[in-house]
Design a protein around this ligand. Structure first.
Ligand code: PAF
Length: 274
């Protein structure tokens, strides 16, 4: 695996390839990320991953400096997953000046759910992904369904700006008990780790009641929030939405159930397509 820190060197190196397949990350990698890399390998003629902890997508109270940097393990994992090129710019390379030109995704998609609880988050994500796309110039990029709203925001950006990159979705990887793999799981203590599976169980129960034809979706959402709160969680949302645009359900629209909740100091998110 070739490790490249500079944009000019990256462009020169990738110039000879027809179809770079790209997986952007912030490092602190787990099997979920590595499955995206393995998926990308089958989609292009060179597989590129990036590691860049993007300051723009952290809120003031979210500690950018404490985000885990696990460089050696990340490199070993990417190498093992068959990554060809790791692009790892530092902040000076990617943001040589304050990034005042930013990408503002559509509010009806980006200001709800995660965007409601983390204002500006998708501006930070969209801006860095746009910039990484400008550096890597991929023909295909793989984003995990674990961050379902992020996947839709990026797809929308690519369509609206006519970017020549196909966005491919990667399935969420789960621990044997069903907990979605996430860098944040490392923050859970043993008791919290045992409890954490309740988020995916709750989403599964909601999904099966929607499949069974429940009409009172708002009631179902309230009930699910109350059930998690009673177990000591602080839920931000547990909600049934249309897969295409995350608006409330309409007849015959494919649906997804999404949740975000805090367990102690750790905020977990998950979703299930119904
Ligand atoms: O999903 C992530 O890890 C980040 O939001 C991304 C897409 C790498 C942008 O920083």
């Amino acid at each position: 695996m070739k490790i490249i820190h500079g944009i000019a060197e990256l462009r020169a190196h990738l110039g000879g390839y027809r179809k770079p397949a790209f997986v952007p990350t912030m490092g602190n990698l787990h099997q979920g990320h590595l499955s995206l890399v393995r998926q990308a390998r089958a989609l292009g003629d060179v597989t590129v991953a990036s590691i860049f902890v993007n300051r723009l997508q952290f809120l003031p109270h979210e500690d950018f400096d404490r985000y885990p940097r696990t460089w050696e393990a990340d490199c070993a994992g990417l190498q093992g997953a068959g990554c060809d090129v790791l692009f790892a710019p530092d902040e000076h390379e990617l943001y040589p000046q304050p990034q005042t030109c930013t990408v503002h995704p559509a509010a009806d998609l980006a200001d709800i759910l995660e965007g409601q609880f983390r204002p500006g988050f998708f501006i930070g994500v969209s801006t860095v992904v746009m910039k990484l796309f400008a550096c890597v110039q991929p023909r295909v990029a793989v984003f995990g369904k674990k961050d379902y709203q992020q996947l839709l925001v990026i797809r929308h950006m690519v369509r609206q700006l006519a970017l020549p990159v196909e966005i491919v979705a990667g399935e969420t990887q789960r621990a044997p008990d069903g907990l979605a793999l996430s860098s944040r799981n490392a923050y859970l203590d043993a008791a919290q780790r045992a409890e954490a599976v309740q988020l995916s169980l709750t989403l599964r129960q909601m999904a099966s009641r929607v499949r069974a034809g429940i009409q009172d979706v708002a009631g179902l959402e309230r009930e699910a929030m109350a059930a998690l709160a009673a177990r000591g969680w602080e839920p931000d949302y547990l909600t049934v939405r249309r897969r295409a645009d995350l608006l409330p359900p309409t007849p015959h629209a494919p649906l997804v159930v999404l949740g975000a909740a805090r367990l102690g100091a750790t905020r977990l998110i998950d979703n299930l397509e119904i």
